[in-house]
Design a protein around this ligand. Structure first.
Ligand SMILES: [Zn+2]
Ligand SMILES: [Zn+2]
Ligand SMILES: [Zn+2]
Length: 330
């Protein structure tokens, strides 16, 4: 069973999940070698892997199916173990059972990828994620849910077959905790949601806006950590992703589609991650927090200074990135 352990100095959490790699040699990943042929792909619907996965099936629609992750970072708690913290080694450290849910949202077609998904497939993907989100939210031990997507080897996609993942955890993610604290502080001083203010400012400034659709905007983030780091936000205040209406979700998906198209045309073979930051499910609503998607192209790797300081040296300004992306807009 994976275990959450707290950094005694910073308070950040990590998941120790020893099942995922057992021996040191398992960490040696031959670069560029990825499961790509349909015969050995565990996610293709006709494969042996899929047949053995069928018992983990959670839902299915025309082009997408959802299964439980076989190697979850957060597991459904069958033992009814307490989710409260425990203090091992004579009470010195703090840890918790890593309970929750971890699902894989698989696009049935092996031969498409995130950057070339059709508009309707993207619509179906986000609608599926929203439905599963609402389902996972009912899990009494889940505190926070994060949908993510890894595209390409540099983004940690270990299986090439297109798939998103949804992590439902018993703790608030370190990043979300920091964002909530910052947003609350801003609200305390300015009496407004920092994300709403940011959207208003960027729409006025225009230089970093790359796409806009009914109710949503995509911007190159002012303090980008990565070249072409893109944020997509609802223009009006909305703290919870799952409350987005079907119609709004289509507008959101259109902005994602346009952004992927621009990124694909700008950088060859780009690897990227996206993740959705939204209010932890333990809260009903928030005037200061505002859901959004962050898209992080993995065109640069972090060196010792970045890892050691979390002060990221980004070699391309977001203004320049916006300029390049908009040149490729159709
Ligand atoms: Zn496949
Ligand atoms: Zn807001
Ligand atoms: Zn965020």
């Amino acid at each position: 069973m994976p275990e959450l352990r707290q950094n005694i100095i910073t308070g950040d959490w990590v998941v120790i999940a020893p099942e995922r790699a057992k021996r040191p040699k398992d960490f040696i990943i031959p670069r560029g070698v990825k499961v790509s042929d349909e015969e050995s792909c565990p996610f293709c619907v006709d494969s042996e892997g899929f047949k053995s996965n069928k018992k983990y099936l959670k839902s299915e629609s025309e082009n997408i199916y959802v299964i439980e992750n076989r190697y979850p970072a957060f597991v459904e708690d069958e033992s009814k173990k307490s989710v409260r913290s425990f203090y091992p080694e004579d009470g010195f450290y703090r840890a918790r059972a890593s309970v929750g849910d971890h699902e894989v949202v698989v696009v049935k077609d092996h031969n498409v990828d995130l950057l070339t998904f059709s508009q309707s497939l993207l619509d179906e993907l986000f609608e599926t994620i929203r439905e599963r989100y609402i389902w996972i939210k009912e899990h009494e031990k889940v505190v926070s849910i994060m949908p993510i997507y890894n595209h390409g080897p540099e983004a940690g996609a270990s299986i090439r077959h297109p798939h998103a993942q949804i992590f439902g955890s018993g703790i608030v993610a370190n990043t979300i905790g920091r964002e909530i604290d910052g947003a609350e502080k801003y609200f305390g001083i300015n009496g407004a949601c920092v994300y709403c203010d940011l959207v208003k400012h960027e729409l006025k400034e225009k230089t970093r806006v790359i796409a806009e659709e009914d109710g949503f905007v995509a911007i190159e983030f002012y303090a980008s950590r990565f070249p072409f780091e893109t944020w997509i936000l609802p223009k009006d205040h909305q703290s919870q992703f799952e409350l987005t209406s079907k119609k709004s979700m289509v507008a959101f998906s259109k902005v994602v589609h346009q952004t992927m198209e621009m990124l694909r045309r700008t950088i060859d073979n780009i690897s990227l991650n996206f993740y959705i930051h939204t209010l932890p499910v333990i809260h009903e609503n928030s005037a200061s927090y505002h859901w959004h998607m962050e898209i992080v192209p993995r065109v640069s790797t972090w060196g010792g200074f970045e890892l050691g300081s979390e002060i990221i040296i980004n070699v391309m300004s977001p203004e320049e990135a916006a300029h390049y992306l908009k040149e490729k807009k159709t």
